[in-house]
Design a protein around this ligand. Structure first.
Ligand SMILES: Nc1ncnc2c1ncn2[C@@H]1O[C@H](COP(=O)(O)OP(=O)(O)O)[C@@H](O)[C@H]1O
Ligand SMILES: [Mg+2]
Length: 590
């Protein structure tokens, strides 16, 4: 079976890049107080927990042999407080790390989301959406874990090991040396098993990301799947991805279990060595039993931090890869950015294209030297064959792209010196596919004007002739439309989108084949809505059959990225040029 793009893993291997870690640390720096508190508590808890073995030694070697009950009570009290404080500091540490961690996650996700909203259409067309989701959700939380728990644990582990060594050597250097024999063995485990474990984890992450991305797209595209009866084929893809997900998970788990097993055994072996050496020293009268007990307590806590530290290197590599992905997304340049010094501008609706050339791909001009002027309030129709460049022209007016050459003015101001939010908030753009969001009809109408009142919503709906059908819906304006509005007809969706656009009171109206998916009868209804929309504003309309274009002040016939003819309907018909021929053909087809 053919492999698809969901079988391609992301390459998650990155060389250590201190710049990226520096950038990541900037997120942590904001919460340095919480992190410092977390760190201090963790160190305090680590320090205090070094005390109990010494207490045990004291009790065994001094207090019990001397029958010192008072001393024993005192030790019991100290022991209890030690336990209490350890718990307290651990809790504070954990609370602080979590709160800092969640704050970092929130900040990073917000930055990603804000940036994702700026990225152009092409960015989303060129990659599976599920993989973008994985970056925002999974990678960000892994990075935040590392910046908080990971870094703190690393430092505390390091500190703990040094302290344990000091205590062990202070207790008895011969016993301490006997225990150190285990260190090379542990190192071996870390060197051999950890890279395997790390690889397994990465493989799993990749497979699970592929799996989620596919699931995500399948749900979005379910209608098309069913239309083309691709269920079985898709199920095969799904099962393959699921199987990869499962096998890599199992491998990961097996390796994960292996490491503690080795550590347990090494720890056990060296406890035996410790007892052997201790027994010998005891027989020589060189040490007391309490020392042995304290020593075994220390050694048992010695191995895990060593393994964790060994783990740190591979963790850094993994986080580096995640950071690369996250920052790659953040660095993705929005194609359109307001020029420095650009300002909001109240538009009247005048448009001037002056010798405009536009290329989507360098070297392939789609518009060649287009010039035309539209006065405020004028209605202009763009007609011409598919691929002529009509949509491109209107996309330039909304500034979804910037010109390659030439100039574009809105009311005499260069379009790039008007801030994007100001520009777009005065544009009413309606496309062929209407996207409705989950929520009620009312919510959808006020999507672009969240502050609109109930009355304004109804007025807008009435003006575009949407009111009549809306009140016939089960709950009128409060009827829930499913995501993408699939529960409504194309014409109804379009009417809602008209109301949504009208409510914003745009200065420039753009209709790009907004009615071409509906039947002629529905189009009649939409016509009236469109008339209401066009009233008093500059309009650019791309349409074929629409009779509204006869009422336009001017028709531009676009062909091969040029204005081939222009004039009113009557003028163009009289000229018997390309427009005339197109109309003749349309008549034949009816
Ligand atoms: N996003 C894009 N990237 C590359 N080429 C594009 C893009 N959009 C349109 N084109 C190309 O530009 C030309 C004009 O397209 P368009 O303006 O959509 O035509 P029309 O709306 O008149 O049918 C076509 O050849 C089309 O293939
Ligand atoms: Mg088009």
């Amino acid at each position: 079976m053919a492999r698809n793009k969901y079988d391609i893993d992301e390459v998650l291997e990155a060389d250590f890049d201190s710049k990226q870690f520096g950038r990541a640390l900037r997120y942590a720096r904001k919460y340095w107080k919480r992190l410092a508190a977390a760190f201090a508590s963790s160190i305090a808890s680590a320090l205090i927990s070094l005390v109990p073995p010494l207490l045990i030694k004291e009790v065994t070697d001094e207090l019990i042999p001397n029958g010192n009950i008072g001393g024993m009570l005192k030790i019991a009290l100290i022991y209890t407080s030690v336990l209490l404080f350890t718990t307290l500091f651990t809790a504070i540490g954990s609370y602080m790390t979590n709160i800092a961690g969640q704050s970092i996650v929130t900040d990073m996700r917000r930055d990603l989301f804000v940036h994702l909203q700026k990225l152009p259409f092409q960015y989303y067309d060129s990659r599976p959406h599920g993989k973008i989701l994985v970056r925002v959700i999974n990678y960000v939380s892994a990075v935040s874990d590392f910046l908080t728990t990971g870094l703190i644990t690393f430092i505390v582990d390091f500190f703990t090991i040094i302290m344990i060594c000091i205590f062990m050597f202070a207790l008895d250097w011969k016993l301490a040396i006997a225990c150190m024999g285990g260190v090379p063995l542990i190192a071996l485990v870390v060197i051999i098993l950890k890279p395997l474990q790390h690889k397994a984890k990465r493989r799993y992450n990749n497979k699970s990301s592929n799996y989620h991305a596919y699931l995500n797209e399948s749900i979005i595209g379910m209608r098309i799947t069913q239309i083309f009866a691709r269920e079985e084929y898709n199920q095969q893809i799904f099962e393959r991805l699921a199987k990869d997900n499962k096998t890599t998970w199992m491998k990961r788990v097996k390796l994960q279990f292996l490491v503690p097993v080795f550590i347990e055994n090494i720890s056990l072996i060296f406890t035996c060595v410790l007892y052997l050496v201790a027994a010998y020293l005891l027989s020589q009268g060189q040490i007391l039993i309490g020392t042995i007990l304290a020593m075994t307590r220390y050694t048992s806590r010695f191995w895990t931090p060593i393994v964790d530290i060994g783990n740190f290197y591979s963790e850094v590599a993994e986080i580096g890869a995640y950071l690369e992905r996250i920052f790659e997304t953040m660095n993705e340049k929005p194609d359109i950015e307001s020029l420095p010094g650009s300002q909001p501008k109240e538009l009247e609706g005048g448009i001037e294209f002056r010798n405009c050339v536009f290329e989507y791909e360098t070297g392939f001009p789609v518009l060649n030297n287009v010039s035309f002027t539209v006065k405020p309030g004028e209605r202009i129709a763009l007609v011409g064959p598919t691929g002529a460049g009509k949509s491109t022209i209107v996309n330039l007016v909304s500034r979804f792209y910037d010109l390659t050459e030439g100039e574009l003015f809105l009311d005499g101001t260069e379009i790039r010196s008007i801030t994007l939010p100001s520009l777009r908030s005065q544009m009413g753009i309606m496309l062929q596919d209407v996207f409705l969001f989950s929520g009620t009809v009312k919510d959808n109408i006020r999507y672009g004007s969240p502050d609109a009142s109930e009355n304004e919503i109804i007025e807008a709906a009435k003006a575009v002739k949407a009111h009549d059908f809306i009140i016939q819906l089960p709950k009128g304006y409060d009827t829930e439309v499913s995501e993408r509005g699939q529960s409504l007809s194309a014409g109804q969706r379009q009417l809602i989108s008209f109301a949504r656009t009208l409510l914003r009171k745009p200065k420039i109206l753009i209709l790009d084949e907004a009615t071409s998916t509906v039947d002629t009868q529905t189009e009649q209804i939409l016509q009236e809505g469109i008339k209401a929309l066009m009233d008093g504003r500059t309009s650019l309309i791309i349409a074929h059959r629409l009779s509204t274009i006869r009422d336009c002040n001017r028709i531009l016939y676009i062909e091969n990225g040029r204005i081939a003819e222009q004039g009113t309907h009557d003028e163009l018909m009289a000229a018997k040029g390309k427009y005339f021929i197109q109309k003749l053909k349309e008549k034949e087809n009816v």
